[in-house]
Design a protein around this ligand. Structure first.
Ligand SMILES: Nc1ncnc2c1ncn2[C@@H]1O[C@H](COP(=O)(O)OP(=O)(O)OP(=O)(O)O)[C@@H](O)[C@H]1O
Ligand SMILES: [Mg+2]
Length: 243
């Protein structure tokens, strides 16, 4: 298998890293049947891809074998943003039988973290993502990987992630704290639940960090600021989530 180098996010500080570690721990406590996890959101730019990559790295760091699949077949920027490569074959070519598993699977520089990129934009993303070959591939990959994380497009815009979630055992909703209304988040939650997937919880991204919270209390904890703060609710999809 080829290796591809993912560019590092140098802006990440201790508190952000800790937030990802806590998210990792919470995922592990959700049980052994949490193995194939879709990440979705209402709208673009809420942080799905960033969080998928960071959870992937964080799980690999503790010795888990992780496959991260970029299933945003419509407008993925992952190759362009995170690598220096071009023309990388990916999921769209694999599912349309233009490329083999070997062609699209990449090791990354992080031991234990492998990736499949989205590939070229296809005319029929929903058909490809809902295909039995994708389902069969995920089943087979569960024999090799401890976790399969699937980054998807926003469910408030296109149906793709609900289709993918149908093949997953769980889903995480990423919510931009300042931009998404409660009613919009609930609509997406309902749509996800209709696909039969269990919602693990909500990552509340771009949220007010601890600095502000502490300074309001008149204290000075200037180094406590971090942007990636999330509120997480465990339990099955039938329960009310925290947002
Ligand atoms: N907690 C955060 N603090 C600051 N910037 C963030 C945070 N989370 C994500 N970002 C930035 O926001 C932008 C959008 O993030 P990302 O690409 O992960 O979102 P996305 O939900 O995958 O978007 P899309 O739906 O377009 O695929 C990126 O530039 C990313 O670096
Ligand atoms: Mg994305």
């Amino acid at each position: 298998m080829k290796t591809i180098v993912l560019k590092e996010d140098n802006k990440k500080d201790y508190f952000v890293t800790e937030a990802y570690r806590t998210l990792r721990t919470n995922m592990q406590f959700c049980g052994k049947d949490v193995r194939v996890v879709a990440l979705t959101s209402c709208f673009p730019n809420e942080g799905k891809t960033t969080i998928a990559i960071e959870i992937g790295k964080s799980l690999a760091e503790i010795g888990k074998k992780v496959l991260l699949i970029d299933a945003d077949l419509r407008k993925s920027v992952v190759v362009r943003k995170y690598t220096s490569e071009a023309g990388v074959l990916g999921l769209s070519q694999f599912l349309s039988q233009q490329a083999t598993e070997e062609d699209v699977l990449y090791h990354t520089q992080y031991e234990g973290l492998d990736m499949i990129f989205a590939g070229q934009y296809p005319p029929n993303p929903v058909e490809l993502l809902g295909s039995t070959s994708f389902k069969a591939f995920l089943e087979k990959s569960k024999e090799v990987y401890d976790y399969i994380l699937i980054d998807t497009p926003p469910l408030g815009m296109v149906i793709d992630s609900a289709v993918v979630a149908g093949f997953c055992d769980s889903a995480i909703m990423v919510v931009n704290a300042g931009k998404v209304r409660r009613v919009q988040a609930l609509e997406v939650k309902e749509q996800l639940l209709r696909s039969g997937v269990r919602i693990l919880g909500v990552v509340l991204n771009h949220a007010e960090g601890k600095k502000e919270l502490f300074s309001k209390a008149g204290k000075s904890y200037s180094r406590q600021y971090y942007k990636t703060y999330y509120r997480y609710s465990g339990g099955s999809g039938s329960r009310e989530n925290s947002k």
